[in-house]
Design a protein. Sequence first.
Lengths: 443, 295, 311
Amino acid sequence: MNRRDFLKYSGAGILGASVLSSCSRVASGFTGAETVPEGTLIFSHGPDSSGTIPKVIAKFNKENQDGITVLYREAPADSGQYFDKLRTEFQAGGATTDIISGDVIWPAQFGPNDWIRDLSDRFTDEMRSEFLEPTIETNTFDGKIYGVPWFADVGMLYYRTDLLEEAGFDQPPKTWDELMDMAAEVQDKTNAQHGFLFQGAEYEGGVVNGLEFIYNAGAEVMPPDDPTKIVIDQGGADKGLAVQQRLVTEGIAPEAVATWKELETQDAFIKGNAVFMRSWPFVYGTILGGKETGSELKPDQVGIAPIPTLAEGDESFSGQGGWNFFINADTKKADESFKFIEYMIQPEIQSEFAVNASFLPPRASLYDDGQLLKDQPVVELAKDLVTRMKPRPRHPFYSDMSLVMADEFNAVIKSDSSPEEAVTALQSELGRLANLGAEVYDL
Amino acid sequence: MDDDNKQSLVGRVAFFVGIVLFLIFTLFPLYWVLRMSLVSSDALFEKPTLGTLFTIPFDMSGQCNLFGLKFSCPPSYETVLADQLYKDGLLNSLIIASITTIVCLVVGSAAAYALARIEFVARKPVLSAVLAISFFPAVAIIAPLFIQFLSFGLLNTYWSAIIPDVMFALPLTIYLLVAYFRQLPADLEDAAKVDGANVWQAFYKVTIPLSAPGVVTTGILTFIFAWNEFLFANTFLLEPKVQPATVIIPQFASIYTVDYGAQAAAALLMTVPLVIMVLFFQRRIVAGLTAGAVK
Amino acid sequence: MGAASERLPGGKAKSGKLSDAWGSVRSEFNDPEKRAAYWMILPTTLIVLLIAAWPILYAVWLSLQRILPNTTEWVWFDNYMQMFSDPIFYSALTNTFFFTVISVFFEFTLGLLIALALNKSFRGQGTARAIAIIPWAFPTVVSGAMWRLFYQDEVGIFAALASGLGYEGVILANDASVLIGAIISDVWKTTPFVALLLLAGLQTIPGDVYEAARVDGATKWQQFTRVTLPLLKPAILVALLFRTLDAWRVYDLFWSMSDRQLDSLSTYVFEFVRVSQADFSIGNAAAVFVFVSSIVIAFVFVKVLGVRQEA
């Protein structure tokens, strides 16, 4: 047959094949026929643009001796939406995912409702000791361990080494006062547009930022082991929030910061418009990518430091993010699910994720692994910071608390409310929620 | 006579200017979205200036693959066209929207005819009830509907999206058709009945053809509603294989970043079929089906 | 007949007269035309009763209870009291009110003008119509985020235009400017919907009616007010009614464009019903409020604008 015929037939063949597969998919869309083979475990996590997750899962499916097959089902990219979906399914009793990858703020919200399993017995003390403290802490509630850490995310202070040098500074600031003075001087001497950028919009990220200011003022929202008390009105939380407000009123941070999230702050920083920025490790990955990923900065122009504190000499805390493995309480395949989790937390696999997907490992030992530090610069930079992570308040009603905190923190940034007013309002509102939670969940 | 001419010239100019202004207002945001889909992510985040307003720095660094044809295209389109979930999603959207529209038109036009033309005792209660069900905020009945669908095994099937879509589209369908039917003088149907037609025949032989502009418009609006519907599809269709494109598009993102270029490209591609549909059907939305045509 | 006229306009039969009502309905089955009517409304009634009724009634029932993860207690109107003493509720109410009034006004006026314009034959009429529909056809799930980007202070095209015209603030940081931005976005998106709806109505008006009016010496304006408007009334009523109710229940636009800063009644419902765990019940009360207030609005519309009761 000549080439034209060949193309025609192969084209028809491809079309035919895709039509056929579409037909069966559509048909099952009407009948609800289960297309997932019996015995497959379903694992859910948001989209992974690096493509590492499907590769690792494929490896697991091939390598494991017990004949377990895992299917990766993509969850909503937005964490809040993903949480919403899961909660709807749990409340109706219809959650089909076996292994759920979840945000650090979920264990205390899912666990007490018995929607995810208590893994204290499987995820033993010995295993836990190999992980960074904060990553275990965030998975614990009411004495039970609900999740196994997968990867961590930590708040960092980015600074322009070249601009600081130009203005005569050789060290990043350690306190907020220092930062504000430095930023003002550097802006003066170098024409940088913004002094300091952070995420101040009314959303979960805004809560993380606000909490960082509070924690670094030496204050707490909730004592780590007592979810029935709110202590935000003790210890200077209002001073921490006052810093947040001053950064804007004194022109160090742009007014628009009250509407900015990670994307906007990253964009302004990598275009070279700011001296300092508070963000997550992913920005460094963008900078490493150079022009291709939109960065006008080179890696040697950027340094990483701990978040400044209010008082001189205080310990610096960083906001904590990250994702963890949970097991659906309703699953009939808990053992197999845990086998998958054990596979995923192996050091080699964690290294693979670190290098290819920029997932910071929660295993302490990996931060001393010379090869990994070389292959993935972000790990080296985060080494000190991951020991400073501090979880957000762990409480079954965290969603409600987050709404209130996001609102109040944002109002302070916009100067719609004074730090003292905000703290008073938070003490009362969060207190009500804590009392309710104590009552309902018998804490 | 002179006055008349002057008026019509002013009128025509005003008309022309009006149409042009309207088209600019309508198209400018769309132009900007198109521009977003065609440029690199770098250029997307650049501060717009008067100079760059109408320049599009095309970025053709991507490789697109459509039905076996390979060609250069902007990276946003490469991402979107390579995404099998998105392509499957378009088919899913088509299925859900078509069935919803057909059901709404069939069920709705019959009900609308009865409600518009026939005096019967249950008329007002039905009209009110039909309208009232669309008042309840959809978000508040998501959970009960979820439980309902779960217990009937309808979750993850197209039906769990079609049923709520019909439920929320039906009121507008019925009310629109009632309005359009009422605009037709009743004597046409009376004439048909005198000629021996019963109610059903009067309905689909006389009323429907004469109210074709209305029926087609209602169909188009219903289709667009179901095509763009997000809330129900997102909540009840949990497996990617049945998810429509509206649910897939927000997935062009990661935890901290949003791929605006890809979302813009995907949204534009989703809009194209609708525009083609309107272009095709708008010939039916034509005046002139006057009494003279009915004999 | 007697029982029918004692019903409230647009309302359901009072329960005491239920048997009378059923009696008159039964008697209508003898008339072939009326029997056909009942068959015609049967599918719709089934859909309403089977699918819509239960979730709505269930949500109303829930609104009278305090639902917490391990307990449920009957609290009658306590949820409503709490809602009515919540300042955020009032802010949501005011935002929604202004949003509704202003957007519907612009959408209707512009929509009518556009429908009249597109009603004339001119070259490119079909293309103009197809272009006109694009904003309405563009997926809402993306348009909210896109418009937010347009108003974003660094990269937004409209923010740039605004600052070019001298505006100095940050659009997204200020509640009032976000509201205006949302209104502009909604007018852009929804005017085509109103226009298309009214256009179909215009197209259904037979040409000879205008012919007759012209022969009688009516001017263009008189033709418009004495012929077009009255005949278009049913379509206008539907357009206004549905647009007002849609605007009253706006959720997508506020949620994605203002990104939680600005509350509308429906985002208020959403926050409590979907995000909150502790105050879930207030969300149901708010949903019932939206439901009841929508009924009131519809009622007012029908009364004031006067729907002709007879065909």
